[in-house]
Design a protein around this ligand. Structure first.
Ligand code: XMP
Length: 311
């Protein structure tokens, strides 16, 4: 694709659409929302307000890292602390769908919905890509009418509009444009990370303590497997416990599963054939560096029948 022409066309379209008004967008640090943020700022400058919502479900230092990375590019990003709201919404929930729904509702109806309405912005920039639209049409993804998800009645709130500059692109085009714009490799080559974040990797209730456990294990997995070129790698905290021995004492410890997959689009996947030495190092580090974890497993299951994430 002609990245230069795409960038010029989108910047001019965004300026034409938004005119003298203001716009808002939520940045997650993923490749799509990052590209929208960069295009939007090139087009609108300070008239685009970008927020990063800290839901307490992100990886180690991720909110601060993303904000600092954009600051380096001269783009101010507001860090919104919504940790209490998200964790509060997850208290007592163990059913996977209920957990996902609570996160979606908290994001749209409460936190971001409120910010959009209070901001007075009339335009909302969103990183929808062509695959999202196709999957919605095919019924694979839930219909996402972003305004209604934000609790904005389009008739009542006349004038709200969604701007979707990436809606003709697929993921590889998005990465090509990011590369053309010389965005940091951390953005362009980022491995997929789900919207509900670490909550998809905790079986059972999501609590601050259990998040800390999976976050620490995730950091180790990402450090050890970063150079493998695998499609995605992650750590999961199970609800079960198992007996272990530490310092000659029996302990009923927690169990971490490591998943590492080969895939092209995550619709199908196979487990990566990791070297035994790598698996051993992972197991040793996870069971010594993550408090209360005394067992580490490697998941060999392809997708299907398993999914990539655990909830
Ligand atoms: P599953 O677990 O369905 O995951 O096999 C397939 C791919 O999608 C990612 N994933 C998500 N991405 N929001 C996202 O943006 C989500 O709710 C979500 N759930 C799963 C997952 O990481 C994998 O790459």
């Amino acid at each position: 694709m002609d990245c230069k022409a795409f960038v010029e066309e989108q910047i001019s379209q965004i300026r034409k659409t938004v005119g003298k008004a203001t716009a808002i967008n939520a940045l997650s640090g993923g490749v799509d929302s990052s590209l929208v943020t960069v295009l939007g700022h090139r087009a609108l400058g300070e008239r685009l307000r970008t927020v990063f919502i800290d839901n307490d479900l992100m990886r180690e230092s991720e909110p601060q890292r993303v904000v600092a990375m954009f600051a380096d590019m001269g783009i101010p990003v507001e860090l919104v602390d919504a940790k209490k709201e998200f964790l509060g919404a997850l208290v007592g929930l163990t059913n996977p769908e209920e957990k996902r729904q609570a996160i979606t509702d908290t994001f749209y109806s409460r936190v971001f919905g409120r910010l959009v309405k209070e901001s007075g912005a009339r335009f909302l920039m969103h990183g929808t890509i062509l695959t999202d639209i196709e999957e919605t049409v095919a019924g694979i993804k839930r219909q996402h009418n972003i305004l209604s998800q934000l609790g904005i009645d389009t008739k009542e709130a006349y004038g709200y509009a969604v701007v979707e500059p990436l809606k003709t692109l697929r993921k590889d085009d998005v990465r090509a444009v990011c590369k053309f714009l010389e965005l940091p490799a951390q953005v362009t080559n980022r491995i997929p990370f789900p919207g509900p974040a670490l909550a998809t990797r905790i079986v059972g209730e999501v609590t601050r303590e259990r998040l800390a456990t999976v976050r620490k294990a995730t950091a180790i997995v990402e450090e050890e497997l970063g150079g493998t070129g695998a499609f995605q790698y992650l750590a999961v905290l199970l609800k079960d416990r198992a007996t272990g021995i530490r310092n000659n004492k029996r302990e009923f410890g927690q169990i971490i599963v490591v998943r590492c997959i080969e895939s092209t689009d995550a619709r199908q996947a196979t487990a990566t054939e990791l070297p035994w030495t790598t698996l051993n190092r992972l197991s040793e580090r996870i069971t010594t560096e993550v408090p209360d974890v005394s067992r580490c497993l490697y998941d060999l299951t392809p997708k299907p029948p398993a999914t990539v994430e655990y909830i």
